[in-house]
Write a protein that binds this ligand. Structure first.
Ligand SMILES: [Zn+2]
Length: 111
């Protein structure tokens, strides 16, 4: 597994045995620490089951993508994970837009 991030590599990695076994390690660690519940809303698998939701692994950072340490990961329920991903996407989009705006203003000043 090479380091670094791309959409393709992400998709490949998510299907790999490597990632699967890392998730198992992560689940085991949290279970042994009595933290096997959503880090955001605190619901455990039994509480989630009723609504058909489940626990997922969230990347807090992609800095070590493919070679993550346990600290790079966070346990979230499917509801919180979806919400967070949406918020992150919105933030990324806003950042990109403000970068474009700045570049455009700079260009106008110089032009
Ligand atoms: Zn949650």
């Amino acid at each position: 597994m090479r380091k670094g991030f791309s959409r393709l590599r992400y998709a490949e990695y998510m299907l790999s045995d490597e990632w699967r076994s890392k998730k198992v390690d992560f689940f085991r660690k949290l279970t042994s620490e009595g933290r096997y519940s959503c880090a955001s809303c605190g619901r455990n698998p039994y509480q989630l089951k009723e609504s058909g939701d489940y626990l997922t692994v969230h990347h807090l950072t992609y800095a070590r993508f493919g070679d993550e340490s346990m600290e790079d990961l966070q346990l979230l329920c499917s509801v919180c994970h979806r919400r967070l991903t949406k918020e992150e996407r919105k933030r990324r989009k806003a950042r990109r837009q403000s970068r474009l705006d700045r570049a455009w203003k700079r260009k106008k000043r110089l032009g």
